[in-house]
Every structure is written in C-alpha cells, then in structure tokens.
Design a protein around this ligand. Structure first.
Ligand code: NAD
Ligand code: GLY
Length: 355
C-alpha cells in the first residue's frame, strides 16, 4: 500500500492506495458516526462488505448513473442525513464511482456547513482521478459540474479489490482519464505506449493508478482551487468532452474525455500547437480504447463548451491543448472558430481523412 498526502490551506487529505487499503483503513472510521452514500449497483454488489465494515450505519443509495448528479438527489442525501441524526462529527463515506463521489462530496460540504468526508472510489475512473483533489459538484441546467464546491476528503481509500466487478466498459472509461494523464506526464505516456496491448491488465492498472494519483496530488497541492495555475491542465480533453457528454449523453464521461481529446488534438495539429507525430502517438492510444465517432451536428453540440468553467466569457472557448510529451498549452478561440474546427474534425473522421 502506498500513501500520498495533499496539504492545502483547508487541511490535509491522505490517500491510501493499493491492495489491502480498504481492509486496513475502512474499519478505523468509527462506524457509529458514519453516514454512507453509495449507488444501487455498488450497494447490490458490496452489501456484505458494507454490512461487515460499517454494519448498522445509515445510508443513502442513489440510483446508479450520471442522471443522479442533480439537485433533487443532493437534497435527498441531505434529508436522509438529517433524518439519521447526522451531526458535525458524522463522517460521510462516499462509496462508489465518480457520480457518488461528486454528489456526496458536495453534500458533505453543505451539511451543517461541512462534515468530514472519506472517499472510497469503486471505479477505475474514480480511483485514478475523481476521488482525489476535492472537486465536488452536480450538473445543473444541462451543464456538467456547474454547481459545486471544493471539499478535500479527509481520506481517500483506493483499493483494487473493487475493480474485480467492474464491467469492461467502465475500465475503458477509466482509461480515458489515464490517457489524459499520459498527455500531461511524459513518464505515464511512456508506460502507456509500452503497454498498449496490456492496458487492461490488473497489474498494469494497479501500477498506473499510483502514477496518476501522484501526478494529480502534486497538481492539487500547487493549485487546489483551480485559480489559473496548473490544475486547469487536468481538464485536457474535457472542454469538448463535456459538451458532447451533455448533448449526446449516450456514452459515459471517460469515453467522452477520449473523444474530446481526439477532437482537440485535431485543433492542436491545425494550429501547429503539436506535431503530427505527437498527435499520432496519442491518437493511437485513444483508438486502442475507443472508436471515435463523427457527428452530423458536432458543431451544435460543441456550442455547449461556451459554459465551460475555464472561459472568461461565453464568446470565447478556452482549451488545454497537448503540445509535446508532458507539456500542454492553454489557447482561447472564438466560439465560432472553435465550433468550425469541431465540424471540420467530424467531417475528417467520417471521410477517414485524419488519423
Ligand atoms: P459512475 O459513478 O456513474 O460509475 C460508472 C458505473 O459503474 C455506474 O453504473 C456504477 O454503478 C458502476 N460501478 C461503480 N463501482 C462499481 C464496481 N466496483 N463494480 C461494478 N460496477 C460499479 O461513473 P464514473 O465513471 O466512476 O465517474 C464519472 C463521474 O465522475 C462524472 O460525473 C464526472 O463528471 C465525474 N468526475 C469528477 C472528477 C472530479 O475531479 N471531481 C474528475 C473526473 C470525473
Ligand atoms: N478532474 C479535474 C480536476 O480535478 O481538477
């Protein structure tokens, strides 16, 4: 088991990662002061483990899926906490994927102006990314993560035991964020490229999870509140990915991150930000995980990017573009110009004219 620490002005977040992390850390959370938030799939799969670890603790079970990241479910969690007599000394345990982590983290930041939260991520995506760093949110008015708060978890318990039940598609979603880290970190990219045929093996995933968490922890220590420093780099691929996710909604977050990365790589190449060779290396990784679609109405879908939190106004779109291994660059395009590139990329995909 490895340990990482994030020390920021609001306190310290300790991340315990590796086999045995759950068995050694979860029983230390006093069960008589725990409130659990989980989802319907995780609750069904891990009922016995939840009962033996937190037996008797009150819980709220969200319907599984992104559709639960809304204000109705947020207030249902808060009501359930109130009904269970939760106090400021209650620890909220978020046991699930990124959806559970995001909404439960937000509930923890709001209940009595803040109760401690322990994140126990059960998807690959949540283990390598969303459970770490304290960003919490719900979707609102059709926009991803537009209402939220920073709430550093007191502890994050990352245990590969949960990945044994994860469907192959959810492993691909996690690889979406992992490949994003490849674009941000040359060492991670080298490992990904060297293991292209092996990306879903348990050993590889356990090892790369350490690297992604170490990368994210360092970024969050430097720019916890995403104040124009390095944290916005973690949004690579997400500007277009989020816009497509909310417009089309057929795939999941990690898949749209990969599709967003592909479309934004096209823009990076067109603008000369990255070399065709570097774009080809990243596209090879992306295509080893997902088929990139073209969309007849891609530029309409891309309009949703005007609400992205990186933008300083709705007429301009801020993008984090890959430049070279481990280096990316922020670039702002007019909304029309950006949507035009997205349309062009989609046509190139349909005509098989680009990578
Ligand atoms: P998710 O939470 O919806 O989980 C995906 C599916 O896997 C769900 O059906 C869930 O029930 C199921 N599942 C969870 N654990 C399982 C297990 N161990 N075995 C079998 N099935 C299991 O989605 P996700 O991909 O984990 O997270 C996506 C969310 O994370 C998005 O809302 C995204 O915006 C958010 N996110 C947040 C951050 C952040 O920094 N806060 C970063 C990245 C993504
Ligand atoms: N997933 C983006 C961030 O944590 O900043």
């Amino acid at each position: 088991m490895k340990e990482y620490n994030i020390t920021v002005s609001s306190g310290q977040s300790n991340i315990f990662c590796g086999e045995g992390a759950f068995a050694s850390r979860a029983p230390l959370i006093p069960r008589e002061r725990v409130f659990i938030v989980t989802d319907s799939n995780v609750s069904a799969l891990y009922r016995a483990l939840i009962d033996s670890t937190f037996g008797g603790a009150p819980a709220y079970v969200l319907p599984a899926g992104e559709g639960s990241k809304n204000r109705t479910q947020l207030f249902k969690i808060l009501s359930a906490m109130f009904d269970a007599g939760a106090t400021r000394s209650t620890t909220l345990v978020a046991l699930g994927g990124g959806v559970v982590g995001d909404i439960a983290g937000l509930a923890a930041s709001l209940y009595m102006r803040g109760v401690p939260v322990v994140q126990i991520p059960t998807t690959l995506l949540a283990q390598v990314d969303s459970s770490v760093g304290g960003k919490t949110a719900i979707d609102f008015r059709g926009i991803k993560n537009i209402v939220g708060a920073f709430c550093q978890p007191r502890e994050v318990i990352v245990d590969p035991l949960f990945l044994k039940t994860l469907p192959a598609r959810e492993v691909r979603c996690g690889l979406g964020e992992i490949i994003k880290y490849g674009a941000l970190n040359g060492d991670i990219l080298r490992k990904l490229s060297a293991n292209m045929k092996n990306l879903t093996s348990q050993d590889f995933l356990s090892d790369i999870t350490f690297d992604c968490i170490a990368h994210k922890a360092a970024v969050v220590c430097a720019d916890e509140r995403d104040l124009g420093g390095s944290r916005k780099t973690l949004n690579l691929g997400h500007t277009t990915g989020h816009a497509f996710e909310l417009y089309y909604g057929r795939k999941s977050h990690g898949e749209y991150v990969l599709i967003g990365m592909y479309y934004e790589l096209f823009i990076a190449c067109k603008l000369g930000v990255c070399s065709p060779e570097y774009a080809a290396a990243l596209v090879k990784l992306i295509k080893s995980v997902i088929r990139v679609p073209s969309y007849a109405d891609a530029s309409t879908a891309a309009r949703g990017a005007k609400h992205d939190k990186k933008n300083s106004d709705t007429a301009n779109i801020s993008l984090i573009l890959p430049q070279s291994p481990g280096v990316c660059r922020e670039l702002t395009l007019g909304a029309d110009e950006y949507c035009g590139y997205i349309r062009e990329c989609s046509r190139a995909v349909a005509a098989k004219e680009w990578l």
